[in-house]
Design a protein around this ligand. Structure first.
Ligand code: PLP
Length: 319
């Protein structure tokens, strides 16, 4: 196993969702509460950051640099981890900055990030520029990729699957939002290590299934390789559904609104407009299509994202 700084609140709980299961007349539903990982409103990036920060510290870095959308949960958790462990943090953000800052973007400032805006297509160049400037200024920058999705970050979900294997119940299916692929790749590697047989189905947030499958298969193999395991993962083994990408990244449509309301009003679970709202819309759609057997146990893995609910652009649609 790789170096890790343990700061997430783990293991996250699994809770039964009887009222939601009844409302949907579906299979037995459970949730795993990775929205409660404890780091500044939590979420799936917290698990990845336990490994990324350990690597940064081992490299004697003093400056974390990463990128994301203006309402990025990944950037919020990265700057939170930076502030907690004494790193400086530069965020390269794209998208229309809300004025005044709201949701995750408010927290980016509050947690002390240095913020650089750019166009989405220039992110790579901007990251390079910021990294080089850090070096020229005598800093030791450490670059974290989009979503913390590399073999180091994916370790968070390798470990999460080992954690799940110790918990009850054992689901037949795991459903969750998949985007930069680190969560899914880590789950697949961890699932293989623990001999876990449940099906790991990512609901694509933005990518076509073919692209996401290729990305996850490669990242899973690279993650396994970084653990000394020569394992192949075929694209067919990566289960992805891309029927629910709706209006595109961060566009909250009717299916997401219905899902957010239903989870809130049946189970007091707060989903987010971009990721978990979309994955829950996928779960609801699949249940209505009869995709699951009624005897199945289905685990919705809540990956966090709640602060985006408080972005003004979503608020008026949710009341
Ligand atoms: C980043 C994120 C995801 C997607 O995880 P990946 O590892 O990038 O696929 C899902 N849900 C939330 C709330 C996120 O912030």
């Amino acid at each position: 196993m790789k170096p890790r700084i343990e700061f997430a609140h783990l293991p996250t709980k699994i809770e039964a969702l009887p009222r939601l299961s009844a409302a949907l007349q579906g299979p037995r539903l459970y949730v795993k509460r990775d929205d409660q990982t404890g780091l500044a409103f939590g979420g799936n990036k917290t698990r990845k950051l336990e490994y990324l920060l350990a690597e940064a510290r081992n490299q004697e870095a003093d400056l974390l640099i990463t990128a994301g959308a203006v309402q990025s949960n990944h950037c919020r958790q990265t700057v939170a981890a930076a502030s907690r462990f004494g790193f400086d943090c530069i965020l390269v953000l794209f998208g229309e900055p809300p004025d005044p800052p709201d949701g995750n973007h408010l927290l980016h400032y509050l947690l002390g990030a240095d913020i650089v805006f750019t166009e989405r297509e220039n992110v790579k160049d901007k990251l390079e520029e910021v990294f080089q400037k850090g070096q020229t200024d005598g800093r030791k920058p450490y670059l974290i990729p989009y979503g913390g999705s590399n073999p180091t970050g994916a370790m968070g979900y390798v470990n999460a699957m080992l954690e799940l294997a110790q918990q009850d119940p054992t689901p037949d299916w795991i459903i969750f939002p998949s985007s930069s692929g680190g969560t899914q790749a880590g789950m697949m590697v961890g699932g293989r290590i623990s001999g876990y047989t449940c099906k790991i189905l990512g609901i694509s947030v933005d990518e076509p299934a073919s692209a996401l499958k290729a990305n996850v298969a490669k990242l899973a193999a690279d993650t396994a390789a970084s653990l000394g395991k020569d394992w192949k993962f075929t694209e067919d083994e990566v289960l992805v559904n891309d029927d629910y990408t709706g209006g595109g990244y961060a566009v909250m449509g009717e299916p997401e609104i219905e899902a957010i309301r239903l989870f809130a009003q049946k189970e007091a679970l707060l989903l987010d407009p971009v990721y978990t709202g979309r994955a829950a819309a996928g779960l609801i759609g699949l249940i209505r299509k009869g995709f699951f057997d009624t005897s199945d146990t289905v685990l919705f893995w809540h990956t966090g994202g709640g602060p985006a609910l408080f972005a003004n652009k979503y608020q008026e649609k949710l009341v």
